[in-house]
Write a new protein. Structure first.
Length: 140
């Protein structure tokens, strides 16, 4: 029997949307006020969904404490109260919430082995959120 487990985490970070591949004018046209040179911050809500067989002995998909410890160490410590533009993760990628969501997915997919990662959802504001569930499986 397979079940899904979703867990929410909070962190705050700042960013400036600016692409080195575009002129200053193009950047302003593309990102608007999010291109403000001094950046701005968000209180992100991260939701991680994993799934797996419900273990007969424990009755759980995976131990929440293990997921919490992993997310704390590998995600929250890395991003909380950081300026995303200054991190190596975004040296070559604009720190949009789409890219941040995909980056967090990669970290969890690669590092958390105790359950299958289904998706990462990232709320940037009350009004918008992004989801990433990995690249589509190649067609056979
Ligand atoms: Ni923003």
């Amino acid at each position: 029997m397979k079940a899904h487990l979703s867990r929410r985490y909070l962190f705050s970070a700042s960013h400036r949307l600016h692409s080195d591949g575009m002129s200053d004018a193009e950047n302003r046209d593309t990102y608007g006020k999010c291109n403000n040179p001094f950046g701005h911050g968000h209180n992100y809500v991260l939701e991680v969904t994993v799934s797996g067989r419900v273990d007969e002995k424990t009755g759980m998909v995976c131990n929440l404490a293990d997921l919490d410890a992993f997310i704390e160490k590998e995600v929250l410590t890395r991003y909380d109260h950081e300026n995303l533009n200054c991190l190596r993760d975004f040296a070559h990628h604009v720190p949009t919430t789409e890219n941040l969501c995909m980056r967090i997915y990669e970290i969890v997919k690669r590092g958390f082995g105790l359950a299958h990662l289904d998706k990462v959802r990232l709320e940037e504001t009350m009004m918008n959120s992004f989801e990433y569930a990995g690249a589509a499986e190649p067609q056979r």
